[in-house]
Write a protein that binds this ligand. Structure first.
Ligand code: AMP
Length: 180
């Protein structure tokens, strides 16, 4: 089983992704984490991604798709994986569809969190790209580029909307229930 965790920035994809991956014994693959690690290591990818991340913009599709096509070939992905932060655009979703092929099974869990709570959560998280201006930009980019994926996956009949408010434990429980 392959899972996609969808949701606006600050909706808890990282936190919940880690918890779900542990319970389901599949790797959590986070594009944000991959990019932050690349940046810390000053690799070509990291240096290329930095300018976009700093502005709250998306790294170009071709770059991300290239990274993910490689990552998903790794041995730990053979029995399924949880994607957190990818796909983030319709072209990325189409590219993932091609990587998965006809037989690849996917479920999409979309975390629903009110906008004012998102900004609050992010400002308190204290990451480099969590300054209020950048946070607002990331939310804008989410609405324009990523929110259309909700319809995209709804039409494919593989989308579940899950309430992303409450305690961390409650949200995990809700996500797991939606898979049953
Ligand atoms: P995240 O940790 O998922 O919030 O991602 C942090 C930043 O990394 C985003 O604001 C983007 O600049 C970049 N990023 C992460 N995933 C993607 C993706 N799938 N496509 C493009 N940019 C991404």
């Amino acid at each position: 089983m392959n899972l996609i965790l969808l949701g606006p920035p600050g909706s808890g994809k990282g936190t919940q992704g880690a918890r779900l991956a542990k319970v389901l014994k599949i790797p959590q693959i986070s594009t944000g984490e991959i990019l932050r690690r690349a940046l810390a290591e000053k690799t070509t990818l990291g240096l290329e991604a930095e300018k976009y991340m700093k502005q709250g913009a998306l790294v170009p599709d071709a770059v991300i798709v290239g990274v993910m096509a490689e990552r998903l070939k790794a041995a730990d992905c053979r029995d399924g994986y949880l994607l957190d932060g990818f796909p983030r655009t319709v072209p990325q979703a189409q590219a993932l569809g091609e990587i998965l092929g006809e037989t690849g099974r996917v479920m999409v869990l979309s975390l629903v969190v009110p906008q004012n709570e998102l900004v609050n959560r992010m400002i308190h998280r204290g990451r480099d790209d969590d300054k209020e201006e950048v946070v607002r930009q990331r939310l804008k980019v989410y609405e324009a580029e990523t929110a259309p994926l909700i319809e995209y996956y709804r039409k494919k009949g593989i989308l579940k909307m899950v309430e992303g408010t409450g305690t961390v434990e409650e949200i995990t429980e809700r996500l797991l229930k939606s898979l049953r």
